[in-house]
Design a protein around this ligand. Sequence first.
Ligand code: FAD
Length: 632
Amino acid sequence: QVQVERFDYDVIVIGAGGAGLRAAIEARQQGKKTAIISKSLFGKAHTVMAEGGCAASMGNVNEKDNWQVHFRDTMRGGKFLNNWRMAELHAKEAPERVWELETYGALFDRTKDGKISQRNFGGHTYPRLAHVGDRTGLEMIRTMQQKIVSLQQEDFAETGDYESHLKVFSECTVTELIKDGDRIAGAFAYWRDSGKFVLFSAPAIVLATGGIGKSFKVTSNSWEYTGDGHALALRAGATLINMEFVQFHPTGMVWPPSVKGILVTEGVRGDGGVLKNSDGKRFMFEYIPDVFKGQYAETEQEADGWYADQDNNRRTPDLLPRDEVARAINSEVKAGRGSPHGGVFLDIASRLPAEEIRRRLPSMYHQFKELADVDITAQPMEVGPTCHYVMGGVEVDPDTASSIVPGLFAAGEVAGGMHGSNRLGGNSLSDLIVFGRRAGLGAAEYIDALEQRPKISESDVDGAAARAVSPFDFPSSGQAENPYSIHAELQQSMNDLVGIIRKEEEVQAALDKLAELKERAKLVAVEGRREFNPGWHLAIDLRNMLLVSECVAKAALLRTESRGGHTRDDFPGMDSKWRNTLLVCEAYDDGARVTPKEQVPMREDLLELFELSELEKYYTDGELADHPQRSG
Ligand code: FAD
């Protein structure tokens, strides 16, 4: 029998980014014995890489801002496909969650009168992003870790054991969720260094594993974004929604090749940077789509005036939502007006004094200096789209973050719904703290209502262990497949065939390729032992990437319109008949299945926050027939 180390908890949080840490803090504060499991080192999550800031309508820089404006911006950014209840909770609760971080010890940049400062970002009507230079995520993670240490010190004072109520297991990867009947009962994992197995029993699990970017070749995401949480949820019987919506951030580095995809924060444009083509033209004025006509500046003079006077000027189209900007860059490059290395130019050098650039964007300054030998205070940057964020994720109840599987919760990037078809920059960091807290609370309430704790059957543990070691079982025959080759082929296919612009034949070709890769993945063989074996880790991650990529491609094929992060060359327009349709993914033995489902209509008081003329751009006539401004 395999050796398995065992632990018993009330709540297990898988993932130690912003969502996971906030969920764990909440669960512990609700008196639950909580474990945080992280595949990477504690502190190394995507949250730590977040640069621009955290959106919250505190109204510190422009007092006209409030939750209603934030809610409207979020729904517009997501092209009205968002789960409106999540967007409502998010807009209402984000300011309180940001202030709460300061009670944990965070220190955001200040306005002259000492309030938390807020910066402009794409799609946000007013300056709204609380930030710490361009290192906001680092401050958030640092303070939440500090809060965890302080809770552990309280526990020590009471029990003599720092880890009695809250313990971190880092470099520990969860491979399977285990159930008792239809309910969650625990999680099976391995230690990255020793390869030894660990079993966590717990009635409630919060997934906070982040995104899926490592299935694409050009991405701002790092090695741990292999869609594990999405796949764990699917295999446990949960549903995913919105998987066709993948965000390609408009500004990733394009040169040199070794750093292609690394993010250039939207804060560069928020602070005055502008996009230019090879003719030196600020091309974004040509790309204001109909739904945003009238909301953005139409001349350079007005756009420049907006940075200083937002009451009398409209915002620059350089700050349109990300999907619009990414498509515009793509079109300029395609039309032969790109930069030497296949991107466009992003110029802040001619817009701000060098010292100011270094003060506001210290990481960007170093990133370009060290990685590309470009001085952004003197030269423009070359930038192009990069796979950045997945809007799709686990279908959850907006208030409790619960999935359809009892005991399974999800928050942060792994959860779906909140951002609809396209996320606004800055709305992820706020999403993490709003829904991280709600997930921790939801898990605690679920446990309080339980009559009996679930049990784990030994045969499930043996099965999980056998599946984990199966890549070692193959003799090194000519038939054996290498996990690195399969991963490279997967990334290339997803990038080329299910990337920023899609069409039926190409998505179908990707699905054929995925079917082939799935078969070949069954023959993946790894050499060596379980200690320090990244080839083996990748073999396990590949199963997740293949399943999740199948969801993305199948949903992308079904949605015959273009909306937000999903652009179909063969269906270029937004089709209001699709606005209210969610594509729901489920896993079966033979792979993923995707079926349409109607979204719950928006509550009337929220609908009334929009002008009828704006709703008419998104809704069908039938849906608006009862609108008071029409019927009255
Ligand atoms: P993460 O912070 O990525 O944490 C995921 C955790 O799950 C990690 O600890 C990982 O190790 C763990 N994990 C994954 N799989 C497993 C497994 N199988 N077993 C155990 N552990 C596992 N958003 C904004 O709002 N504003 C910004 O300015 C901004 N800037 C960004 C800049 C960059 C470069 C990037 C990449 C993203 C940026 N984003 C920004 C997006 C935002 O940072 C992410 O969406 C967000 O941090 C995700 O947080 P999370 O808690 O969901 O996941």
